[in-house]
Unconditional design. Structure first.
Lengths: 103, 186
């Protein structure tokens, strides 16, 4: 006989998921045995925990990717472009003055 | 000084080796998230590069009392959401070829993992991002809330809805728990 009601079952199940604890725990299992609605929820949770465990083992991290060279290249290019723009801004007033003189 | 803080200090000091180290330390995490969110390797590589460029531009604003990983993943999450908003509405799974992109595995575990991988692709964007940050990147609900700029309660709701939808999809595809559960006592 289960010692918890449906509300308590849902609270404990939520806590287990959010804390990454197994959902196959005696208090949850016992309530699921007695309650048809909660049994369906619990079996889904057990099913998903099993699938996630396999997924994490086999697919969590993708094969290697090497971004370092291209990122560092793009970073340097962006810094050089920024310097170039800054230099252009610095030069702009004198060009303006020269244009004014020419007029 | 934490390892993260020391690395950031070296990056801010202009040490190229440190910048390379930072990219190499986090590129697999960032790329995996981008790839599963965007579904195409080329897009994922482009966005992952942008993530690191933004990371370097924003390093001065990083709080050294916090871990670097969730901070970088928050940038990645934002870039993925932006990329998804900017692209025409298509299925993420359209051209995803995981056989080319994931580590090989064998047997039944591969089958179950494949089924879940397929189901994850069909989740709506917010649920998928939330699920991946929790189960792939191991962020807490609080860290995910920071990364997604939403309340922690919303993250918990999305996480539970994602789990429920995934379980439903697995069941519809004939996947059942592979353990006998003795629910009815004699």
């Amino acid at each position: 006989m289960s010692n918890i009601n449906c509300t308590e079952f849902n609270r404990l199940l939520g806590e287990a998921v959010e804390s990454r604890l197994p959902v196959d725990r005696p208090e949850l299992r016992d309530h699921a045995a007695d309650c048809t609605d909660c049994r369906a929820v619990w079996l889904d949770a057990v099913l998903l925990d099993g699938a996630v465990a396999q997924w994490r083992k086999t697919k969590k991290t993708l094969l290697s990717v090497d971004l370092a060279d291209v990122v560092l290249f793009r970073r340097t290019a962006a810094e050089e472009a920024a310097l170039s723009v800054a230099a252009g801004r610095f030069a702009t007033p004198s060009r303006g003055r020269r244009s004014a003189r020419l007029q | 000084v934490t390892d993260d803080a020391a690395l950031v200090q070296r990056c801010l000091g202009g040490e190229e080796a440190a910048a390379r180290e930072l990219v190499e330390q986090f590129q697999a995490l960032v790329f995996s998230l981008c790839y599963r969110m965007l579904g195409q390797r080329e897009d994922a590589e482009d966005v992952a590069q942008d993530v690191f460029l933004r990371t370097f531009r924003s390093l001065k604003g990083w709080d050294p009392t916090r871990s670097l990983k969730p901070w970088i993943l928050a940038i990645a999450a934002n870039r993925c959401r932006t990329a998804l908003r900017q692209r025409p509405r298509t299925s993420v799974g359209g051209s995803l070829n995981l056989n080319q992109a994931v580590a090989p595995s064998t047997g039944e575990s591969r089958d179950l993992a494949d089924e879940l991988e397929t189901a994850i692709r069909e989740l709506r964007d917010d649920y998928r991002l939330c699920f991946l940050l929790f189960y792939q990147e191991d962020l807490s609900c609080g860290e995910i809330a920071d990364a997604m700029s939403c309340p922690e309660g919303t993250v918990k709701t999305w996480l539970h809805r994602a789990r429920r939808e995934l379980a439903e999809r697995l069941r519809r595809r004939g996947v059942v728990p592979n353990v006998e559960y003795q629910l009815h006592r004699i």
